[in-house]
Design a protein around this ligand. Structure first.
Ligand SMILES: *Cc1c(COP(=O)(O)O)cnc(C)c1O
Length: 354
């Protein structure tokens, strides 16, 4: 069954905005888009006087190969944040539908759902149980009006990996809700991407990004990987030119062979540093718990998170305070930095021995 049966009917029927670059017709003299006829001058000749391709073919091919899928199953947007927003818009009828997500998890699912007027249902994970996911209990939150279930894996901010449970979850949700697997940190995990599951599940979508492992947070390039019908629907409701030309160039540069080799080395370094930092933190008196992480960050519970936060800040180190979130009292999330930056974290928290 196509998931479009669960999408907003008026959007499935919508005739998309016919932008100039969408027509696919090209000519020597292009007077079809009210652009400036002068292309880039001077040292910065980038020809950005023209609108970009709505979905640049080459980038789509490169991302499809990176993510082991086909170009037709890839939609590229301004970070995975935009794909999250568009999925919510495409599927949720305001004032009626709902979405389900884990708690704690990445905050944009709740924001996006609220902006779209969809109810947000949080499934509470238990810190004492290492944030393990009971899929039956999660499924009890799903009803006829549930259109999306967000599974962030590895989860932000806990670092927990749920990939072993995704196949069963997608099966349980078949024909009812789209399972959106947010893989923003999968490069740091010891698990294959869920993109391979899309062959078996019409209701599975994967979100990927160049923002984290590939070091391009400032370029805003992310991707939705899903069945062709879902990708086409998102493409039809998306703004006409989501990808600025300089961002596409930066993405292509990050995806050439040398850059990918360097990225793989950096991922290995960060994973090694994550485990080193975890061991060092566990050994500190002020640390109560450090959860295992499959991401490029650690969730750490301190005896006194406020004191730890200030000590770090006094040493010029900013971390993320999650202590106000339900179940995360005294928890800080620490991103893995360069080896010397991680040393600085330990030095700051060791304090008295300096
Ligand atoms: C950082 C992050 C994102 C945002 O990615 P962009 O591609 O930069 O928009 C998405 N999901 C999770 C879980 C993240 O932590």
């Amino acid at each position: 069954m196509s998931m479009l049966a669960r999408a907003r009917a008026e959007l499935v029927a919508l005739k998309p905005y016919a932008s100039a670059r969408r027509s696919g017709v090209d000519a020597r003299i292009r007077l079809d888009a009210n652009e400036s006829p002068w292309d880039g001058d001077g040292a910065q000749a980038q020809a950005i006087n023209r609108y970009p391709e709505p979905q640049p073919d080459l980038l789509r091919e490169r991302l499809a190969s990176l993510y082991a899928t086909t170009p037709q199953r890839v939609w590229i947007g301004r970070g995975s944040d935009e794909a999250i927003d568009l999925l919510l818009r495409a599927f949720c009828v305001a004032g009626r539908d709902n979405v389900v997500a884990l708690a704690p998890t990445f905050g944009m699912y709740r924001i996006g759902a609220t902006v779209q007027g969809a109810q947000f249902r949080a499934f509470p994970l238990d810190a004492q149980n290492d944030f393990a996911l009971d899929t039956d209990a999660l499924l009890a939150l799903v009803d006829d009006d549930t259109k999306l279930v967000f599974a962030c894996s590895p989860n932000n901010p806990t670092g927990t990996l749920y990939h072993a449970q995704l196949d069963a979850l997608a099966t349980a949700l078949a024909g009812r809700a789209l399972l959106a697997v947010d893989e923003a940190y999968i490069e740091f995990a010891d698990a294959p991407s869920a993109t391979a599951l899309i062959d078996h599940h019409a209701n599975l979508a994967v979100l990927r990004t160049l923002s984290k492992a590939h070091g391009l947070a400032g370029a805003r390039v992310g991707a939705l990987i899903a069945r062709e019908d879902v990708v086409d629907l998102v493409a039809r409701i998306a703004p006409p030119y989501p990808l600025p030309v300089p961002s596409t160039r930066a993405a292509l540069a990050a995806l050439d062979d040398d850059a990918l080799a360097r990225t793989r080395e950096r991922i290995a370094t960060l994973v090694r540093e994550r485990e080193r930092l975890r061991e060092s933190l566990i050994a500190l008196d002020c640390v109560d718990r450090v959860w295992p992480s499959s991401g490029n960050f650690l969730l750490v519970r301190f005896d006194d998170a406020r004191a730890a936060f200030s000590r770090l800040l006094d040493s010029g180190i900013l971390v993320r305070d999650f202590s106000a979130q339900p179940g995360l009292a005294h928890c800080l999330r620490i991103s893995i930095g360069l080896p010397e930056q991680n040393d600085a974290v330990i030095a700051a928290l060791t304090g008295s021995t300096r």
